[in-house]
Design a protein around this ligand. Structure first.
Ligand code: PBG
Length: 326
């Protein structure tokens, strides 16, 4: 008769395990980050992100077709311009690369999958910062907001259903919301990178978008400090108050406590970004034969869902969606 508690009873068969599973992971919970590079004629593999590429417009179209075929919920687009400048004008240029790509994808896919645009300046600035840099090297918050507002309108005009401000300037969500509303884009969704931490896990991404921060700089004066948990909730509340429709935590695995906090404290949809370094670590260990990449990817994405995220931005989107569909 002993023990009385027998949880193993419910683990006996795969059918029982499926029946009592508390967390589901489906292709439409996944969003694929994609990079489109101005002037590129064919896809160029990114060595620090095995399996991912910088895309030309043509290869981007093929990739989104493949993602749609396996039921991925959305894509988030990052543009890499052929020319950068001090104010990142390619980000808000009507004919900037991201806008050209968005128009192409909107014409092809309409609203069949969710088209998102990352909204930041770092890919477009010579100094690699996410905002306007003053002569003393510091980032000017409020001057940056005006450029974010212009970028949001350019992206919405080009067909983004969702804009995702990732620069961590104070007041960015409010500035973007009022610019969008003022330009007639009151239905454009804002997905706010509410808690984005200054992380060592963005390395491969910076290869993908060819960004190097000037003078060995970093983003610690605007991205959050990984020691702070209360502060993250404060940031998220501020974003929701300013009109964020969805909030995000980034990176994911090292911040699952923040994901759980947000789920408990706020009732807007919640996402998390399983970032480039998280993907690269799994791929690198698997390439050495040390772990099974697919098993670990599904375990990690499930953990992010279990912690409270409704969906996950991940470079694994295509592979995992293919696997889930088998
Ligand atoms: C900034 C931005 C970054 C990422 C997404 N948006 C990089 C940074 O803050 O330095 C990182 C994503 C990843 O590592 O996968 N535009």
């Amino acid at each position: 008769m002993f023990p009385a508690e027998r949880p193993r009873r419910l683990r006996r068969t795969e059918a029982l395990r499926r029946l009592v599973a508390e967390t589901a992971l489906a292709p439409d919970d996944l969003v694929a980050p994609l990079f489109v590079v101005e002037g590129l004629n064919e896809a160029r593999p990114i060595s620090s992100l095995p399996g991912q590429s910088q895309h030309s417009l043509d290869s981007l179209l093929d990739e989104v077709r493949a993602l749609q075929a396996v039921g991925v919920g959305g894509v988030i687009l990052f543009g890499v311009p052929s020319k950068k400048d001090e104010f990142g004008s390619g980000a808000y240029d009507h004919d900037g690369i991201a806008q050209i790509a968005l128009r192409m994808l909107r014409d092809e896919f309409g609203d069949e999958l969710v088209l998102m645009a990352d909204l930041c300046l770092d890919e477009y600035t010579t100094h690699g910062h996410c905002g306007v840099v003053r002569s003393d090297g510091t980032v000017d918050n409020d001057a940056t907001l005006q450029l974010y507002a212009q970028t949001a309108v350019a992206q919405a005009e080009a067909g983004a259903a969702v804009v995702a401000p990732s620069g961590m300037m104070d007041g960015q969500v409010g500035a973007i919301r009022s610019a969008l509303d003022g330009a007639g884009f009151d239905e454009t969704v804002i997905l706010a990178y509410a808690a984005k931490f200054a992380s060592g896990l963005y390395g491969p991404f910076r290869d993908a978008v060819q960004v190097e921060i000037a003078d060995g700089g970093n983003r610690r004066s605007y991205q959050q400090d990984s020691r702070n948990r209360r502060e993250a909730i404060r940031e998220a509340r501020a974003d929701v108050a300013q009109g964020a429709d969805i909030i995000m935590v980034k990176p994911a695995m090292t911040y699952l406590d923040i994901v759980a906090d947000f789920r408990a404290a706020l009732d807007v949809p919640l996402s998390a970004y399983h970032v480039s370094g998280e993907y690269a670590m799994v791929k690198a260990a698997a390439a050495n034969g040390w772990i099974d990449a697919m098993a670990v990817a599904i375990e990690q994405l499930t953990a992010i869902r279990r912690a409270g995220a409704d969906f996950v931005l991940t470079y694994f989107a295509r592979e995992v969606a293919e696997e889930l569909g088998r």
